[in-house]
Design a protein around this ligand. Structure first.
Ligand code: DP6
Length: 454
């Protein structure tokens, strides 16, 4: 294998470097206590910049992946190890301009062991789900290499990897952080090994909902029937461009970690909830209706099904023994507000859904965003002064929202008491694309020495 910076023959992200490589920079780095010469090359159209020295070779890739929010929920596994669900589910991928995981993976023969840093802290790489993802990617790379199939590059499968990942949103606050995190990890590892194609089966084994974050737009996770899980994969129903007026508001009620994680919660539900068994019977029909509503951009049906499915999921949680309660008083007030708002207009203009936490995710069309946000501000006024503001200086984040006035008529239909600082902040976002490669080598989270930059 020729790793010389010019005229090298290794393939990277599927394209031989000698067909398109350009040296974009030379850097000096300190490694192993002595100053050594590093070169970094960005390969056109691909993320794989790499640094090298005589004897030291490092491959590095940085990717981002999105959060997805289910409108038909996944809750319950039929196989804990392979993460196979008891029902199919469907989600909307959120735009990475507002919410994303970023992951850098580096491989080098100088690394002694696989290591991972999450949100600035080193974590145990031996976590079984992490190990599964690493093993499955290496297995796939080996398979493709043996069969001479695909674009698997020449990176040695014996090289250890360093992984560094950050989220730009609160981890484990019911905002599907594990989905974005595992999707990003699997995508980045795949790019590192030059693997293309179907990867949702591997992401699923990191966290079930992660398989849906492997695609943009509107995505279904088909439960599958095979025992080995090979047909339990995600599939895009429509791309992010399909329903351009759709907006998503995240009402952050609490950024604290949830009391019972999804994995443990759904295990207890499978064991104890009769309602969950009933749910598996009705989801197939609901999936069909939802797909149809999305394809027709029928917000009335989409919104109603979304709310009904969220309610049934939380009813299942309450039907679990001992019960699991993710919604708090503010969540319930938001549910009330949405129903009163919709009934004032005699149509479904706004739809809520809640995952394993109290934060509300609101689906809404662009033309109603300004007014609804104003209504939320009226009933959940942000704290004007005080400590609170130090942590959350902006109540509105993401896409711009205009200030409008709310009619007295609407207020009198809603008739609710207002609760100061019940909602910490709102993120206004939209439907977005799937995982992305980061072309700019300056954005790697790992430095030239293969360790986190800060
Ligand atoms: C309520 O994917 O986090 O968000 O597969 O055990 O990792 P594991 O669970 P996870 O569960 C997500 C559950 C949910 C609903 C959904 O996203 O469909």
């Amino acid at each position: 294998m020729d790793l010389s910076p010019i005229g090298g023959s290794f393939t990277c992200c599927g394209v031989p470097a000698n067909q398109r490589g350009v040296v974009v920079g030379h850097m000096r780095g300190v490694r192993g206590g002595r100053r050594r010469r590093w070169r970094q090359r960005q390969v056109n159209g691909c993320c794989c910049s790499w640094a090298m020295d005589e004897g030291s070779r490092m491959w590095m890739v940085t990717c981002t992946a999105p959060v997805n929010i289910a409108v038909i929920k996944y809750w319950g596994k039929r196989d804990e190890e392979l993460i196979l669900p008891i029902n199919s589910s469907l989600s909307v991928t959120l735009h990475q301009d507002q919410l994303k995981s970023t992951t850098t993976v580096a491989a080098s023969r100088d690394f002694k062991e696989d290591r991972i840093w999450l949100n600035g802290k080193e974590e145990n790489i031996n976590h079984p789900r992490l190990q599964t993802c690493l093993r499955e990617i290496r297995r796939l790379a080996r398979k493709r290499r043996t069969s001479g199939d695909g674009n698997s590059n020449t990176l040695s499968l014996h090289h250890k990897v360093h992984i560094c990942s950050v989220n730009n949103f609160p981890t484990a606050a019911g905002l599907a952080s594990s989905a974005a995190g595992y999707a990003c990890l699997v995508y980045a590892l795949a790019k590192l090994h030059g693997l293309e194609g179907e990867l949702s089966e591997i992401a699923r084994q990191g966290s079930g909902s992660a398989c849906r974050s492997m695609y943009g737009g509107f995505v279904q996770w088909m439960m599958g029937v095979k025992e080995d899980g090979s047909d339990s994969i995600a599939q895009q129903i429509e791309p992010e461009t399909h329903w351009s007026e759709l907006r998503v508001l995240i009402l952050v009620v609490s950024a604290e970690q949830k009391p019972i994680g999804s994995t443990a919660g759904m295990q207890t539900s499978v064991k104890t909830s009769p309602l969950l068994k009933y749910r598996t019977e009705i989801v197939p029909e609901r999936m069909k209706e939802m797909i149809d509503a999305i394809k027709r951009q029928d917000f009335e049906t989409f919104g109603q099904l979304t709310m009904k499915d969220s309610n049934q999921f939380h009813a299942t949680c309450l039907d679990t023994f001992p019960p699991i309660i993710y919604l708090n008083d503010i969540s319930k007030r938001i549910i009330n507000l949405v129903h009163r708002y919709n009934s004032h207009f005699g149509e479904t203009r706004v739809a809520y859904t809640f995952d394993a936490g109290p934060n509300a995710v609101i689906y809404i069309r662009e033309q109603h965003v300004d007014e609804f946000v104003e209504v939320v501000k009226h009933y959940f006024p942000p704290e004007e002064n005080g400590e609170h503001l130090v942590f959350f200086p902006r109540f509105l984040k993401g896409l711009p929202v205009n200030s409008v006035s709310v009619s007295e008529h609407l207020k009198s239909s809603i008739q609710m008491d207002s609760i100061k600082s019940g909602i910490q902040y709102i993120i206004n976002t939209q439907v977005g694309p799937g995982p992305q490669l980061i072309q700019d080598a300056n954005l790697h989270l790992l430095g030239e020495n293969g360790f986190p930059k800060q």
